[in-house]
Design a protein around this ligand. Structure first.
Ligand SMILES: [Zn+2]
Length: 268
């Protein structure tokens, strides 16, 4: 019930209620046979007694501002950053899937956005300020990954640090900058942690399960991440195995800013 949630705008508790209205929104779901499928869905609209903010109440599989649901995003990331395997290129991973699949550049941006999110490198807006007498407040901020890890560790009594410190190898032709390497490694570690913490034979997307589990505590899509990041370029060719790759010769990627507005909101 929304009444149990914190208003994403003014942070007030027990002020949200269902308005009885619904709004249409496109979502790409992942079918039982792992085929992306676009559908128009109706989501209820809540409202806040205190500030009047009216967020859409999305299901836990749907991330704010994302047409592709988290199971679809997780499915493709799992296929691109498999553990202990050579793997396939972005085009091969996407091209091997039928249905309403994403463009390979979209998968590239997902990996960049989620990777930066996991590494806590994303821009954090300043705390919201009251704008008017209506009580409307400014923006929500992303909950730091460190906080999500700490909450998970506390609730599950599992050592997050032990999982995070596990060594993985990223195939060198998948990156040509240190930043991209860090992003891929962060995504791989996150997927590994999700499988370790939320393994369920009936749920092949444990990150989605982790996200739903965290929503109970934070009342926002915990693993939400922006994708308007242009900090790394796409690999267009495979490197030969004998090529020497020295970190000193990797391309220095330029810093980037999110294309999302600085006061982006997280909806529940
Ligand atoms: Zn409010």
């Amino acid at each position: 019930m929304p009444g149990d949630c914190v208003c994403p705008q003014c942070k007030a508790s027990n002020q949200l209620y269902f308005t009885g209205k619904r709004v249409a929104r496109g979502v790409v779901w992942l079918s039982d046979n792992l085929i992306p499928d676009y559908q128009r869905e109706l989501f209820p609209i809540a409202s806040c007694h205190r500030c009047g903010f009216s967020p859409r109440v999305l299901s836990c599989e749907v991330l704010p501002r994302k047409t592709y649901s988290l199971p679809v995003i997780e499915h493709f990331i799992q296929k691109y950053v498999p553990v202990d395997a050579e793997g396939h290129s972005l085009r091969q991973v996407v091209g091997a899937t039928e249905g309403d699949r994403p463009h390979f550049s979209t998968l590239h941006r997902w990996l960049a956005g989620l990777g930066e999110r996991v590494l806590d490198r994303l821009y954090q807006p300043k705390p919201a300020k009251i704008k008017s007498d209506s009580g409307r407040l400014g923006s929500s901020t992303l909950i730091p990954t460190a906080a999500l890890f700490a909450e998970t560790e506390k609730k599950l009594s599992r050592s997050i640090d032990e999982l995070w410190q596990k060594n993985f190898c990223i195939t060198d032709w998948k990156y040509k900058s240190i930043k991209r390497y860090d992003q891929l490694l962060a995504c791989l570690k996150l997927i590994f942690m999700a499988f370790s913490l939320f393994t369920d034979s009936s749920q092949p997307q444990p990150l989605t399960k982790w996200n739903a589990w965290l929503i109970d505590y934070f009342h926002v899509a915990a693993w939400y991440f922006p994708t308007g990041l242009c900090g790394t370029s796409i690999q267009h060719h495979n490197q030969h195995q004998n090529d020497v790759k020295d970190v000193k010769h990797l391309n220095p990627e330029t810093p980037y800013d999110s294309r999302s507005p600085p006061n982006r909101l997280l909806e529940i």
